[in-house]
Design a protein around this ligand. Structure first.
Ligand code: ADP
Ligand code: MG
Length: 322
């Protein structure tokens, strides 16, 4: 039974790579790290009802389970190579696994990532994915290293995923004119785009980088803590999608952008002298990056509101609805 599922996973995720000496099917995978590269490794777990709502399509779960891990590699400036998948299923649910691997493989194949092994067990639905990527020696981007005067930038737009979750949790809406906006936000929740090309482009450019999984305030706060600096953000500069602004008033959209999790965009710091070049490079790669503030002496993240006054934020976020 479980063997059938593993065989299904093996077939549907097939991705030839010369550096995989032994993939799924033995007691352990055997892989060859290219000489002159360092290995970046990360693991993240998604639990049903905690990290994705019950009822999420299996293919979306498969995509997201890999995407959140690839986002961690992106934040390190690593290029992905291999993954391990631990699947905990309530029963040997072939329909679920077929959907799951479809979404997983779609993202994996677009990055030439090989699934080299894993584990399959019975229990409440949960998925762990571990990823391995390469980075040239000493070139990994970390949270430490931001310097006073650096510009703070983010890729993409902020707040969409958290708004998408709220859209899902609301009773069905019948304003058809706004359905495409809702679908966009739900898509940003279920199918985040790991910014791998941006991360690689930032290897020699950024002083510090983090991916936004817990919200901008929390994750930029990690850079500040690790770097021993503070950050000042301008609310007016935060990139927000037209879908977010079309469905929510400015205050709610701002809260989603500052505190909403699950965006999986990159937040990074570059010296002001490199700002224009970095923005041009990332625009060429697609998605682009927006300057939202700067690194200052001190600690923590402060946000300047539209009226120029500092917003009353806490490290855990800013409560527009409080
Ligand atoms: P063992 O008991 O030796 O760990 P398993 O029966 O757990 O063997 O796994 C057999 C093979 O299938 C191993 O190569 C393992 O890595 C792989 N495998 C098991 N589950 C998964 C999964 N969910 N995804 C990918 N590979 C898997
Ligand atoms: Mg095993």
């Amino acid at each position: 039974m479980e063997f059938d599922l593993i065989e299904l996973i093996r077939q549907r995720t097939a991705q030839p790579r010369d550096d995989v000496r032994l993939g799924i099917g033995d007691d352990a995978a055997v892989v060859a790290v290219p000489s002159g590269q360092e290995l970046a490794v990360a693991i993240d777990t998604l639990v049903e009802g905690v990290h994705f709502p019950r009822g999420t399509a299996a293919a979306d779960i498969g995509w997201k389970a890999l995407a959140v891990n690839l986002s961690d590699l992106a934040a390190m400036g690593a290029s992905p190579a291999w993954a391990l998948l631990s699947l905990t299923l309530p029963y040997a649910d072939r329909v679920f696994v077929e959907g799951f691997v479809e979404g997983f493989a779609q993202l994996a194949q677009s990055h030439r990532l090989a699934l080299v092994g894993g584990d399959t067990t019975r229990g409440p639905l949960a998925i762990s994915v571990a990823v391995h990527g390469f980075v040239p020696p000493g070139k990994a981007l970390t949270r430490a290293g931001a310097r006073i005067g650096d510009a703070v930038l983010v890729t993409g737009t902020l707040g969409d995923a958290a708004a998408g979750l709220q859209v899902l949790q609301q009773p069905a809406q019948h304003d058809d004119g706004q359905n495409s906006l809702r679908e966009f936000l739900i898509g940003r929740l279920n199918r985040p785009t790991p910014r791998l090309a941006a991360g690689i482009a930032l290897r020699d450019q950024a002083h510090a980088c983090v991916d936004i999984s817990d919200g901008l305030l929390a994750d930029l706060g990690h850079i500040c803590a690790a770097s021993g600096v503070g950050a000042e953000i301008d609310a007016a500069l935060l990139p927000r999608s037209s879908a977010l602004l079309g469905l929510y008033d400015d205050g709610a959209a701002l809260q989603f952008a500052l505190s909403g999790g699950d965006d999986y965009e990159l937040c990074f710091c570059v010296p002001a002298s490199r700002l224009a070049q970095v923005q041009a490079d990332l625009a060429r790669l697609g998605g682009g990056a927006t300057r939202i503030g700067r690194i200052v002496a001190g600690e923590g993240v402060r946000v300047r509101g539209h009226d120029g006054a500092w917003l009353d934020t806490t490290s855990s976020g800013w409560e527009h609805f409080a």
